[in-house]
Design a protein around this ligand. Structure first.
Ligand SMILES: [Zn+2]
Length: 340
């Protein structure tokens, strides 16, 4: 492993010819974005940070003797604004030759800014029993998020198993849905090193966000189930070193994955205990699971908590431990004592 060399703009060489660039992101969690520049025959940028940190990205690249126009491809780990926000700026640069690649399941997010319509989101959070004030707040918040990225054309698909040249390295695309539908990791097989996007993080358990469809009020896919299947996929690879898109590098995938599973079970037990006391909406469960909700990020935190509780309930419903019922425009979740 190469000696890690630090540069002024928060860049460091993490493998020979591969540079991590830390880009600011508002809020404490998940913390600054790590983009990675692969120099060499096929100059590649893995993730871009937000639109607002385009200048930081440009300055960091200059320090590494690279310009937007030198980049051959921009590879996006998933369709969240902090990962693709500056991609359009790069491809619109004069003399740019860069092509943008992403998994097909997140293409729509990057090209249009959302995977489902605003109406779909609004209907979903309304079914969850979220009070009107927060629903309006969540609408406003989604506008703020959209301002953190420019819509960007996608040129090529990253499908599971594809081989792709990143700088002087050969990487295999590993589809790891869960955090988003189209999340991918990039695996350097020869080096046994993984670039994990937000799929594996060392300092927090990644969110398995609710996966809404374009015009359906409830998701078809089970984010938590897909997320843990994708974690197992990475455990099977057993990479010696993981470079995530936020936070420090990870060198103990088994320990990290075990920690994720423990926090999953703790959360699941808490939800079961709350619904055992009587039927509840998702928002009522959220208030029980997260009694400390409050402060500046309250609207974002309410949305994250609703998404998390609902995705847990999807699993509990499919296991038969909880039953979902609809009363007009609200869903209620009820404990199912085992039948026998
Ligand atoms: Zn993300």
């Amino acid at each position: 492993m190469s000696q890690e060399r630090k540069h002024q703009q928060g860049c460091r060489e993490v493998l020979p010819g591969v540079f991590q660039i830390r880009l600011p992101l508002p809020g404490k969690k998940p913390g600054p974005v790590n983009a990675y520049l692969f120099k060499g025959v096929n100059i590649s940028l893995l993730d871009t940070g937000t639109f607002q940190t385009t200048a930081n990205l440009r300055a960091a690249l200059h320090e590494l003797q690279c310009d937007f126009a030198d980049i051959h491809q921009v590879v996006i780990t998933h369709g969240h604004v902090d990962h693709y926000g500056a991609a359009n700026r790069i491809i619109r640069q004069k003399d740019s030759k860069a092509l943008v690649g992403v998994h097909p399941a997140d293409k729509r997010r990057i090209e249009t800014g959302a995977e489902a319509s605003r109406k779909t989101y609004h209907r979903f959070i309304s079914l969850m029993g979220v009070p009107l004030g927060y629903r309006l707040g969540i609408r406003l918040m989604s506008r703020v998020f959209r301002s953190m990225a420019e819509d960007c054309r996608v040129h090529f698909a990253l499908n599971d198993g594809d081989k792709i040249q990143l700088g002087d390295y050969t990487a295999t695309v590993i589809a790891t849905p869960g955090h988003s539908k189209g999340s991918v990791c990039l695996y350097l097989e020869k080096e046994n090193v993984l670039f994990s996007g937000d799929h594996i993080l060392g300092h927090i358990t990644p969110n398995a966000f609710v996966m809404l469809e374009r015009d359906e009020e409830l998701p078809r896919r089970s984010s938590q189930a897909e997320y843990y299947a994708s974690v197992a996929k990475i455990e099977n690879l057993s990479p010696a070193l993981i470079f995530p898109a936020h936070g420090p590098r990870v060198d103990d995938i088994m320990g990290i994955a075990a920690g994720y599973r423990r926090s999953f079970l703790v959360r699941q037990q808490r939800i079961l205990a709350i619904v055992a006391a009587g039927p509840k909406t998702v928002y009522q469960i959220v208030c029980g699971v997260f009694p400390e909700l409050g402060g500046k990020r309250i609207v974002l935190d309410v949305f994250l908590a609703v998404s998390e509780v609902y995705t847990h309930l999807q699993i509990l419903c499919s296991d038969g431990r909880v039953r979902m019922e609809r009363e007009r425009n609200r869903l209620f979740f009820q404990f199912q004592p085992s039948a026998r």
